[in-house]
Design a protein. Sequence first.
Length: 207
Amino acid sequence: MSSPEKRITLAWTGASGAPYGLRLLECLLAADYHVYLLISSAARVVLATEHGLKLPSGPDAAKAALVMQLGCSPDRLEVCGKEDWFSPVASGSAAPKQMVICPCSAGTLASVAHGLSDNLLERAADVVLKERGQLLMVVRETPFSTLHLENMLKLSQMGATIMPAAPGFYHQPESIEDLVDFMVARILDHLGVEQGLVPRWGYDQRK
Ligand SMILES: Cc1cc2nc3c(=O)[nH]c(=O)nc-3n(C[C@H](O)[C@H](O)[C@H](O)COP(=O)(O)O)c2cc1C
């Protein structure tokens, strides 16, 4: 297994923004992270709608499809089932200290804010919060209701980082990939993962 500091939990939920999740996975694997990947049922629907990628529901088959799609090594990718309670991410004694939910739906936001832990994805987030680890939530909805805003405030006060899926335009994007990379670069920065996806403000001027 990779060293503890090179392990991370990544969750995809059913908010729009599947390309963010895919690109983030690609970058984490390229940075030699061991990734525990949790995929909600709605996330699979969004992935098929936005990216044309139909992931099977079984964890092993989903992993095989992702390895084929990304052309990555299978060694450091672990896809976990939603009731795989014996996964390391389910316990504070073994879970990685960092978790990203990207994209994060309003539904998962609410479940995590209220500690439901009704499936492995919600349980993994609850574990990171109780262990005082780093939880990044890339929430996507518009507009936000008062309930969404209250849930985000509650989680922020508990130590989670709320990063709305809201790419900037000051890096002069020329493609959708540039916009995706903007968000992924900010997430990687917060995780402390070295990245060169987007020029840094005040340093490299592209034009
Ligand atoms: C194509 C598509 C796009 C969606 N986009 C969003 C979204 O941007 N934000 C959101 O909160 N829910 C969105 N939804 C609805 C969620 O998928 C739905 O509430 C689901 O129950 C969330 O479940 P999950 O949090 O377990 O993934 C979308 C659904 C589909 C099919």
